[in-house]
Design a protein around this ligand. Structure first.
Ligand code: S6P
Ligand code: ZN
Length: 188
């Protein structure tokens, strides 16, 4: 019998209380302080810290091959609390390789900030706390900062042909940083 149904991937799972993904198709990765060279402002303090310290862990579900037009991916990130000097732990941050591709983030646990920077270098931020859902337009770099004292967990969904462009963030960074000042987070 012929069918017009595409090859439908088997479902996977999310534990909504922890944000943990599970299932055979889930891939994972992590970023350590050592892998985040050049990302934090105070390089002297960064060099004095253990490079094996895990800053964040990621889980991905890619139900279609990377680069497939019209598909979507799903992922979870657990960003640990901590600081390099007065600068909070954060994700590397990126534009998408296909720059006009958008993304959605949804916060499960913890508190922090989503930094959003347009191609002209203007940075704004949105508060992340349990239940907040954030729309990241195309051509906007995105980075998450954990300003709390527990892990910040968020889910993400993005187009399967978006790809990642880390290069310009590695060389130029964001135009604003989230630091601890007078006992509170401050975007400077
Ligand atoms: C993918 C999505 C997230 C990040 C993850 C780690 O488009 O934005 O899954 O990959 O939060 O951040 P980064 O900047 O190291 O990719
Ligand atoms: Zn992204």
């Amino acid at each position: 019998m012929s069918t017009n149904l595409p090859n439908i991937p088997a479902p996977t799972w999310v534990d909504w209380s922890s944000g943990t993904l599970s299932g055979a198709a889930i891939e994972d990765g992590q970023k350590t302080l050592g892998q985040l060279e050049g990302i934090f402002q105070d390089q002297a303090v960064w060099r004095g810290m253990d490079p094996a310290t895990v800053v964040y862990r990621v889980q991905y579900w890619r139900p279609v091959p990377d680069g497939t037009p019209g598909g979507v991916f799903w992922g979870a990130t657990v960003l640990e609390p901590g600081r390099v000097g007065d600068e909070y732990f954060m994700t590397h941050g990126h534009f998408h390789a296909l720059s006009d591709r958008a993304e959605i983030y949804a916060t499960v646990k913890g508190t922090g900030a989503l930094l959003l920077m347009d191609e002209g270098g203007t940075t704004s931020s949105q508060t992340m706390k349990p239940g907040t859902v954030h729309y990241i337009p195309g051509k906007v770099a995105h980075r998450v900062v954990n300003t709390g004292d527990e892990p910040l967990v968020f889910l993400a969904s993005w187009p399967s042909d978006a790809g990642h462009d880390y290069g310009s963030i590695k060389t130029k960074g964001f135009s604003k940083r989230m630091i601890l000042r007078d006992g509170a987070p401050c975007l400077v």
